[in-house]
Write a protein that binds this ligand. Structure first.
Ligand SMILES: Cc1cc2nc3c(=O)[nH]c(=O)nc-3n(C[C@H](O)[C@H](O)[C@H](O)COP(=O)(O)OP(=O)(O)OC[C@H]3O[C@@H](n4cnc5c(N)ncnc54)[C@H](O)[C@@H]3O)c2cc1C
Length: 226
């Protein structure tokens, strides 16, 4: 156990800075002093960094998820199934399924509440679509034809860095570090990534041995399919 205190429902509104060193943060619940402040605000890391004079190389892109609570055609034991040509994929959940596709989308400003669009669902469900789930698994045609089908959408934003790798560790501003930019893989990558960020801040991991240092030179890579 780290013994760290967690304040929920509290927003960081700024940084306490003295002669180029971050000493803590201001929040909606008052000031907090800290030897090290870590920006780990997902898509909102960019605007938060700007409040401290930090220009992070982050772009935010909308990503959606189609949730279908009840789809009798989906076998409960089916594996996560990916159409490798399009990146469209689905997996069973409870009595239904979740489906995703990383639609080509422009970067947009970071948002707290990200809107959804029905065309995302139709693109996966309509067998006539070029990335229909039915391209690989024919029962999705039956799902599309069924009058029982219910679905809803959720949306968030991927926080991309130019090389699609996270930013982990101290920045050039003393007392300020980052743990962000997971580029769509933060659920899988954050466990190892956070450990590395902690080690980089504490000095256990030397800056020269940290391939995810926030000031590293970066080569641009194309968007991932998933
Ligand atoms: C549709 C979709 C599907 C995805 N699927 C996968 C997947 O299958 N596998 C995978 O690995 N990843 C997936 N991801 C990506 C994954 O969700 C992210 O990489 C991950 O959540 C990033 O974690 P984070 O902690 O950096 O940011 P977040 O999870 O965004 O957490 C940041 C937190 O900071 C808080 N915050 C922001 N500003 C402030 C402030 N000023 N003060 C205080 N708190 C603040 C926010 O409220 C939030 O709680 C998906 C993302 C989307 C949108």
């Amino acid at each position: 156990m780290s013994g760290a205190r967690i304040e929920t429902g509290t927003t960081v509104t700024g940084f306490r800075i003295q002669t180029d060193r971050v000493l803590g943060v201001t929040t909606t619940a008052g000031k907090i002093d800290a030897e090290n402040v870590v920006i780990a605000a997902g898509p909102l890391s960019g605007p938060l960094g700007k409040l401290a004079g930090l220009d992070l190389p982050l772009a935010t892109v909308r990503r959606q998820k189609l949730i279908m609570p009840d789809v009798p055609q989906v076998p409960a034991g089916a594996p996560m199934t990916i159409d490798f040509e399009t990146g469209a994929h689905w997996r069973p959940t409870g009595t239904g399924a979740h489906a995703l596709w990383t639609a080509p989308a422009p970067a947009e400003p970071p948002l707290d509440d990200v809107p959804t669009s029905a065309s995302f669902a139709f693109g996966l469900l309509d067998p006539g679509s070029d990335h229909a789930l039915a391209r690989v698994v024919p029962f999705w045609k039956e799902v599309w034809a069924s009058s029982r089908l219910q679905w809803w959408l959720q949306a968030g934003q991927y926080t991309y860095t130019p090389d699609r790798r996270p930013l982990l560790g101290p920045t050039h501003i003393a007392g300020l570090a980052v743990n962000t930019g997971y580029s769509g893989h933060g659920i899988m990558g954050s466990i190892g990534g956070s450990r590395r960020a902690v080690d980089a801040i504490s000095g256990k991991l030397r800056a020269v041995d940290n391939p995810f240092g926030p000031d590293r030179p970066m080569k641009s890579r194309a968007f991932d399919v998933l």
